[in-house]
Design a protein around this ligand. Sequence first.
Ligand code: AMP
Ligand code: MG
Length: 391
Amino acid sequence: MISVQEALQLTNNHTKRTEKMIRISLSDSLGYIIAQDVISPINMPPFRQSAMDGYALGSVEDKDFTLIGEVKAGDNADPVLKKGEAIRIFTGAPVPDTAKAVIMQEKVQVHHNQLTIEALVLPDTNIRPIGEQIKKDEIALSKGTLVTAAGIGYLATLGITHIDVYQKPAIAIIATGNELVPPGQLLKYGQIYESNSITLSTALNTIGFTDISYFKVEDEYGVTLSLLENTIDQYDVVLISGGISVGDYDFVGKALRALEVDEIFYKVKQKPGKPLFFAKKECTTIFALPGNPASSLSCFYIYVLPALLKISGYTNHDLKRGTAISTTNYAKKGQRAEFLKALVQNNKVTILDGQASSMLKSFALANAMVYLPEEIVEVKTGDSLQIINLP
Ligand code: AMP
Ligand code: MG
């Protein structure tokens, strides 16, 4: 059995960024990582732009002007201004080539077509120069940047409609277990509702992974083997839930070994999630997660999520760690490192009731996990604890 630190290190060492790039529509690019520098096709702003509602001045040495016209946003007029002449102008409007500055309307007095300014203004005041934000052919956003709402808006200001990003992995989720039935059906004696697939797929969706296929398999060696063989062949990532423990009807480990996957580790000194299995087969990344709902989701957040982010090109793929002060006492029952469902508010952390690996209620209320390394045996109110923030 390996430690949490070793398991995190091995997961990181054995995942690498995909080589696959796709060109996608800007509107679909949220959460992707840019794979090729995005070059600006235009100067922004594309013309000298007024930053104010006011008056464009033909000279900056004068205080009295004659008004000779008006330019509003969207106009494509370029009136010629001589010394002592001004035009009415509005925010976003093109500033005539011959204008020396724009003065805000609050700083002038107007009588009929005569304008008087209180104080002289410096040349170029309130004029956004061509290419002030970015010039044509400069890099707008570079390779490796995460696409955010602001990033999409920024590229839209440059008229960009498509960008090259790293492809997100195609993910298979396999739920194993004879006892599992889909929500919506009546439970027979001995059955429970299958919840891990929807939990995992929703957690994946939250961080922008949508290429997900679902499979359900009985606890039977032959069908487990053939489903694993097919999915490992066809998907970039295979997430298996359950069947990886030591029971007589746990066939996942046996099948993965029969398929000669490269086993990187099996079993981590942690609670929940001890029987976690991590392997590779050619380009496919395989995680067999323990079936208990809280174990499965804990292992997902701790190991699977950073790996998926790294595969997708994120440089900032590590766990979002922090510290917070405990409001609760807690005594560990065993020696393993523990991940505890917790609620963090204002730098204080409360370890929630109901930490059993079969229970999801505490997870449903949590926004973080407390990480108790092996050497910490108890927590007292006021202790500073390591936390992992959940997305
Ligand atoms: P296993 O890892 O297959 O031994 O399963 C451990 C526990 O988790 C058992 O109580 C299973 O019934 C439960 N379990 C396994 N898979 C799921 C699932 N997909 N949804 C809900 N519970 C599950
Ligand atoms: Mg099972």
